[in-house]
Design a protein around this ligand. Sequence first.
Ligand code: FA5
Length: 347
Amino acid sequence: MSLQEKLETLKVATLAKIEAVNELNALNQIRVEVLGKKGPITEVLRGMKDLSAEERPKVGSFANEIRDLLVEKIDEKKTTLEAAALLVALEKESIDVTLPGKQMPVGTRHVLTKIMEEIEDIFIGMGYQVVEGFEVEKDHYNFERMNLPKDHPARDMQDTFYISEEVLIRTHTSPVQARTMEKHDFTKGPLRMISPGKVFRRDTDDATHSHQFHQIEGLVIDKNVTMGDLKGTLEKLMQKMFGADRQIRLRPSYFPFTEPSVEVDVSCFKCGGSGCNVCKQTGWIEILGAGMVHPNVLEMSGIDSSVYSGFAFGLGPDRIAMLRYGVNDIRNFYLNDIRFIHQFKGE
Ligand code: FA5
């Protein structure tokens, strides 16, 4: 058989193999076998040295033609097989959109955060600024500047976690009053602020007491501020939170930093005042402490108490949330039981 015939036979056989193959590895095998260094084409080309000078270029170009053709066919087949393999993979990995999806747990803001934000929004609407204080506070601001010198018996009202003799974790948000007052420039207008945050006391935890809870402090200082302003402001707050027909009443009380001091009750939002389990049959619910800022507190912050007066209040959002949602144990807010927290998802 001449070299040309050998090449022709090889071409026909290889084209048939390429046509028949249906797997990428097998195709690669053909490439190596036929076109590789030890393959038949290379062998034919090696045998050319025995040909006449006349025949050599003819056989050479014929061999190259066949090699180019085979390379082209192998590449074509490779593209076809790769496309088919991709199709199979896509089919295998396809998503059945009709299957029910996995439920992703969606979180919610804590009910206390929501109550605090609601109260903040009400006061922002009345022109108050929101001020943040420090949880680690100096005795000086937590007590002394609130008219509670070192030996004052009323310090017992707030059992304290001390860090050192002069540093503590705050027992109330009232120190923010002093910090804000001493910085305020009254030539620019009155001071109206609230300050929400965490507070800490060495109280024994029970259904209505937690050693860590929240307060929102409120403070207004201007010329001619009266108890009437305090009452009107708190009444508006309670009506916005508990319904338009709520009323409040003030009862005499004692705080060293206010004079006079009051406890504020709101008419029961459940029974409307006739008596029920929420208001313990009294028709009223105690909701916060308040009063007119004591002249000593004003003077210690550099404010002339003969010109300026003001009111202050401190309310407990934990207790407000308990009342509003009928939560009978404050500790539920801090246990982080997801079943409890999720009950307020829609609120
Ligand atoms: C005060 O802390 C005053 N600083 C409030 C104040 C501010 C009065 C400005 C006048 C002017 P009292 O200790 O009563 O007051 O706390 C205020 C509110 O915090 C209470 O009405 C109650 O809602 C809440 N509270 C007090 N102790 C606890 C506790 N252990 N757990 C949960 N809430 C508490």
